[in-house]
Design a binder for this molecule. Structure first.
Ligand SMILES: N[C@@H](CCC(=O)N[C@@H](CS)C(=O)NCC(=O)O)C(=O)O
Length: 265
């Protein structure tokens, strides 16, 4: 950023999907900033100090010059505008589709049903890590009782969490979301990469906002023990997605911001 770089503060959580996307964007766009780690596993994002920054009770959020920008895509757009970066039209269209894919549902769905989804490798460890998020409703109810002035934020979040949990109740539902990712990879990403883009990335040699979202998405699939299912194995399913993922793994911003390993049991 030309000026005022030091005024940028990013509120993020290390393993969060939407935070990873934003951290990757800030690294790629060379935005100097201060990072505040919000421990969502211990529900620090429900504390009044953080709710004052983001009433949606979620990470990421970004503060700049007294303004709070909440939500990953809003932050990416804000940073692009601030830096005067030109949008790539086709990449923006693809980015809109990528952000709608049910990765949050797959994350919580896998956490809830890992042992019953045989495609997941390392189910027990994933369940151990993510089970910390199972107390969201109980924690929100506690906070509601403790901080009635924030009831509007807590009620809003509680409703969102209840609707969300209702969508990942059964293995069958989670399998449907896994299928949505398969068909998107098969219909859009694999053919696009197979045809050749003129470079290493989705639209050539520039690492666009669509690459940023796809990178976080593939990192999440890998973290959930699903890389083998989507692009690995003897059949070498989706070789171009696999090659793209391997190139990502060599990219320093990706290694730094998106790779979180599952500890061995
Ligand atoms: N639409 C928001 C979604 C943010 C979001 O769902 N963040 C998750 C972490 S990846 C979160 O804060 N979850 C905590 C919770 O739901 O309690 C965005 O794009 O930033």
């Amino acid at each position: 950023m030309a000026s005022g770089d030091q005024e940028v503060t990013l509120y993020t959580s290390v393993g969060s999907y939407w935070s990873q996307m934003v951290r990757l964007a800030l690294a790629e766009k060379d935005v100097a900033h201060k990072t505040v780690e919000v421990d969502i596993m211990n529900y620090k994002h429900y504390d009044p100090e953080y709710v004052a920054i983001n009433p949606a009770c979620e990470v990421p959020a970004l503060s700049h010059k007294g303004k709070n920008i909440c939500g990953s895509q809003e932050i990416i757009d804000y940073v692009d505008q601030l830096k005067g970066l030109k949008k790539h039209d086709e990449a923006e269209k693809l980015r809109q589709k990528l952000v709608k894919l049910p990765i949050p549902e797959i994350t919580i769905g896998v956490a809830r049903h890992a042992r019953n989804i045989e495609e997941v490798q390392g189910a027990k460890e994933i369940e151990n890590i993510l089970s910390a998020l199972f107390e969201r409703q109980a924690t929100l109810k506690e906070r509601l009782a403790k901080y009635p002035k924030l009831s509007s934020a807590y009620h809003g979040k509680l409703k969102q969490v209840m609707d969300f949990e209702g969508r990942v109740k059964t293995v069958k539902e989670v399998r449907k979301y896994l299928g949505d990712i398969s068909s998107f990879l098969d219909k859009v990403i694999e053919p696009m990469l197979a045809k050749g883009t003129g470079g290493d990335w989705l639209f050539g040699s520039d690492f666009t906002n669509a690459d940023i979202v796809l990178a976080a998405l593939l990192a999440r699939i890998s973290f959930l023990g699903l890389a083998e299912y989507y692009w690995g194995g003897e059949t070498d399913k989706r070789p171009n997605v696999k090659a793209y993922f391997n190139r990502l793994c060599d990219r320093s911003s990706f290694k730094q911001e998106c790779v979180i390993t599952v500890p061995k049991p």
